[in-house]
Design a protein around this ligand. Structure first.
Ligand code: MG
Length: 165
């Protein structure tokens, strides 16, 4: 029996809250109505961005900034789930199967638990693999604890069949 080749990737993203009251808060592809939005070139979905970077990193395909530069007008206000779907496609096109992705989102607000299933569903649809989301508070410590923004850490596992000798 040939053991599969397994790779692990890690992704991190952080966005500060926007001063623009019109900006929507989008996390894991889910819009949180009535919550302050995050500042960023795209929709500033820190969860989708961290998952994207974890997948690209696992496959050795660079990072989100390389594939979707924030200097490119094409990605202004972009739906980050679309970027994630594109990145997942690059990973599978390179011959990898996505095993799973697990995320820790750190923020004081909003409460993620009520929308967690929805976030997991949307992220799983975009990647074609199970994506899990856990929410954590920063216990009042630092910028995240002062509710200045939202950060996300993600870990991805990808695998492929080892080529037969
Ligand atoms: Mg980002």
């Amino acid at each position: 029996m040939t053991l599969p080749i397994i790779r692990v990737g890690q992704g991190f993203d952080i966005h500060r809250f926007s001063d623009d009251p019109q900006r929507a808060l989008v996390l894991g592809g889910v819009v949180f109505d009535g919550e302050r939005g995050l500042h960023g070139h795209s929709d500033a979905d820190a969860v989708a961005h961290a998952v994207t970077d974890a997948l690209l990193g696992a496959a050795g395909l660079g990072d989100i900034g390389q594939h979707f530069p924030d200097t490119d007008a094409r990605w202004a206000g972009a739906d980050s789930l679309m970027l994630l779907r594109h990145a997942a496609g690059l990973v599978t096109d390179a011959g990898w199967m996505i095993g799973n992705v697990d995320c820790s989102v750190v923020c004081e607000q909003p409460k993620l638990a009520p929308r967690r299933d929805e976030m997991q569903q949307r992220l799983s649809m975009a990647t074609g693999a199970p994506v899990t989301v856990k929410g954590r508070r920063a216990e009042g410590l630092g910028a995240l604890g002062r509710n200045e923004g939202i950060a996300c850490w993600a870990v991805a596992v990808i695998l492929r069949q080892a080529t037969q000798p």
